[in-house]
Design a protein around this ligand. Sequence first.
Ligand SMILES: [Ca+2]
Ligand SMILES: [Ca+2]
Ligand SMILES: [Ca+2]
Length: 473
Amino acid sequence: MKKLKKTFFWAGLAGLIMITGCASGPLVDPINFPVHDEPTTVPLAEIDFGDYSFDEYTASPDWRSQIIYFLVTDRFADGDPTNNDLGYGEYQPEDIEFYHGGDLQGLAERLDYIVATGSTAIWLTPQVANQWLSPAYSRRGTRYGGYHGYWAQDFYAVDPHLGSLNDYRVFVREAHARGLSVIQDIVPNHMGDYYTEEGAPNDPPGIPPAPAFPFDDPSRASEFFHFGGDDIYTTGFAGLLDDLNTESPYVIESLIEIFKWWIKETDIDGYRIDTVKYIPMAFWERFIPEIRAYAASLGKEDFLIFGEAYDYDNIINKAFDASDEKTASYTGTEEAPLFNSMLDFSITGAIHEVFLGKSVNASGSGELSPFRAISERYSSRTMGYYTQESAWQRVNFIDNHDMARWMYTQKSQRRPKQPLPGFDHPLHSPRNPSTLLWDRAGFQSAGGHQNFLRSLSDLRVRFRPSRFGGEKR
Ligand SMILES: [Ca+2]
Ligand SMILES: [Ca+2]
Ligand SMILES: [Ca+2]
């Protein structure tokens, strides 16, 4: 109990920092780090993109103290303009629905910039070869680009817009050389949109028009994918993105092999798994232990696997978030652990409601105070739903690529004076890795953006309770 109280104290301190704000003064002093207004770049000539293989795998870091830089590779840096336009009109940098040219070479060249923000890990959007153009999801009824990576076409290839498998290995090597871990975003739930809801090939087809090995036999499409139906595992995907039949032994074994292969071939340190709720638990009970055991056999004893279960309750007036129980179910049991981390939508939902919502009674009378509303979310971690390893290893974030950006929402709701609490939260939630989708909006003065974010990450590094709460290690 004593330990718990300490934990809540530091969680409380983090909450207090959020609520009071600290915009009027420096968080740490002095701050010893280089200030860069523009991203630091490493000249291409200094990185060897020649054939590369490795003999030794990189061991897992202590995930609790990591600061994860999340990026959409297509939108980060263009290191090779020759891979931008592959001849289908998919490269349209003036239009957000199409490819913008970012690639692995551009990312590898700018790793020093990521280091300078204080980040210790990178989470990048899926690198697998994608369906480049598809009618699915276009707001204008035209084609939409697969620049984001979540529409797999070939699970065994890097998308040529991003580079080659060798480019990927070089990026991971260069990241590791700078102390950065690499977390790959993967999607076992679905591929691109190749079939209609009835199982007929799409007309007109997307580009490229068909899935590759091991899902490349059209005569077995009904074995590979779910068609029709309205159960919770297919809703929202069957008519558009093709939902993999994760009950099929062939599909299960294929996906296990695919995602072992990427670890073996690239030395990555973790997976972020998309759309976890749309796959039955029986699949995770096979898939997760296999992947974790395989990674451990390569010396990666704590291969991070955090899932996206986009779900949280309205927390105001509630001391308990029922969605926590559901999210926690993916972490398994102490005897049979599954995911060793999950994205923490519960805390993020609370932060958004407190700082952006309209239902909060700031005085706290008759309702949970904003402070309490947030701290109650932390208490859910000790209610026994999560496994021990996952409870304090959940990944924090303030916004992501499926949400309106934090700074945008603040602005649109005319609450422009509270940017700091949102950024502060992920960095000072104790005993959790923290994700930052660095939001450059609002930090455009000379040196301001990087300086500001580095000061927050620096505080997390220097202030041990920011990482580990009151825990003695
Ligand atoms: Ca490019
Ligand atoms: Ca479809
Ligand atoms: Ca599914």
